[in-house]
Design a protein around this ligand. Sequence first.
Ligand code: F6R
Length: 613
Amino acid sequence: MCGIIGFTGSDDPFGALLDGLTLLEYRGYDSAGVALVNPSESGGIWRSRAAVRAQSIPELKAAADPPAARAGIGHTRWATHGAPTEKNAHPHLDCRGEVAVVHNGIIENYRELSASLVAGGHTLSSQTDTEVVAHLVEEELAGGAGLFEAVQRCSRRLRGDFALAIVSAGEPDLIVATRQTSPLIVGRAEGLGVVASDISALLETTRELYALEDGQVAAVGPGSVEVVDRDGQPLEPTPIRVSWGVQAARREGYEDFMSKEIHEQPRALADTLIGRVHDGLTEFEELALSDEELASIERVVVIACGSSYHAGYIGAASLEQWARIPAHAEIASEFRYRSPVLDGSTLVVAISQSGETVDTYHALREARRRGGRTLVITNVVDSLMAREADGVLYTRAGPEIGVASTKCHVAQILLVQLFALHLARIRRALPPEEAARLAGAIEALPGLVEEALGKAERYEKVAEELSGVNDVFFLGRNIGYPIALEGALKLKELAYVRAEAYAAGEMKHGPISLIDRHSVAVVVATRGPLWPKLLANIEELRARGATVVAVTDEGDAETAGLVELVLEVPPTEELLTPVVAVVPLQLLAYAVARERGNDVDRPRNLAKVVTVE
Ligand code: F6R
């Protein structure tokens, strides 16, 4: 949540900051702002901010007349403390306008700090938790410290999760960065220093990047990076491995990132498979957990949030069915606080596209603290969670910029299912020929998703029929249930349509009283063992007047004959259905959202990376 960018040593820091902010905007788009260090300004800091939802960067570009400068910091905000107004937009300044701060995360003790600053004569002009940092640095500078030392001292007083980039008029070439939990990257190139919350903003600038660790403070100058701990002890910075190309974070002719990413799904799946299936056997060379360690696991808990939780649900079902190991999925934000019972025989698998989601990150740490073994499935190499776990497996979907997860979601499902097969082999839970058959079926998934994408126009026709609806039920049974959950989430977050998912068998226990002739239900009715029961559920809905849309196997005339609208998908193994069946639901949500004029890449109130609780 929130994007941070900083450049020093640049001939055009304003342009570089706006370009960086554009690439980071998916992290939050309530407001944006930049500060340039310019000794000719009164106070020495020039600042420009705008708070026009999803349009702040063009506003900044149009309104600004930036002075000559060599360094600056910028921020794109997802509001937590304080309304999304210009006054609350970052950067925040100290009393004299000589220190500027951008911040990601939450400073939990800001009230206490702010009270003592006000008592000491400071005037705070925003409602944010961030502004206190500018005033704390101001005090340290007034006491004679340089900016680097001032930030080390201040950061010792801050509690919470934060990533900060700070500039001061007194040292016009310097950016000081520090972090606690919220990630921050620093880097250098010839004559240039950079800071960012996210690698995608820096891909075009340099590959010499370092991940700041908790509690580290970095002095970034033109061409230099120096890192110390909060007590000023020098440290070796941790280099980042960069595997993504520059073009991966560009739209490349698509109208928006979401359609690009939906259409990239076959490639994301194929890349995630590379080197992981050989002659029907799964192989995870990079997995730091040995077969012996995995064989000693007696239970698996999958933790994740949102779409990643849905992937986790599918993973847990696959682990139980194939590896015959007790497994369940939990919402990470709940897991952490309910005092889970764990020990070394429990494997906790955290799934997170970003590897940063704070709920999942803290749940993972809690799992470690309680003695569980941990494995992370993430798309971001060297991300926070990747560095926290006993083992890590990477999806290879490339950067996902659209706020709603699509290609990463399917890649997560594929990878956790491959892992389930792997565990099944280690535990000898499946006959080898059955494991090989399933591995083959997984290898066929990229092709099936390609086929499903070939039906996009037909799915869009269904979406046209549904463009006016305001209330939709999504129903499924067994592995169809997490598909329904994901379909409902996509429609909610993109089209702003109230959408509820239920296990189809639950309808009769209450929700069916909501069904009348105005109701629309999307039923995942592919031909698994529970298909006859789903047909009965469809009949129950129709008897009460509902319009039913069914996700069916290609050519299933029987189901098609029962319902008003059909979303056909190529058939596959029952447990593998989610990767294929989610495609029409993504496109349905996408098309309804576009029809309503919604911004599909930047849905309201959301941000790509959720770094607050
Ligand atoms: C929905 C979506 C979110 C994320 C969730 C977890 O389309 O993208 O629900 O899945 O915020 O994010 P990660 O996977 O980064 O932990």
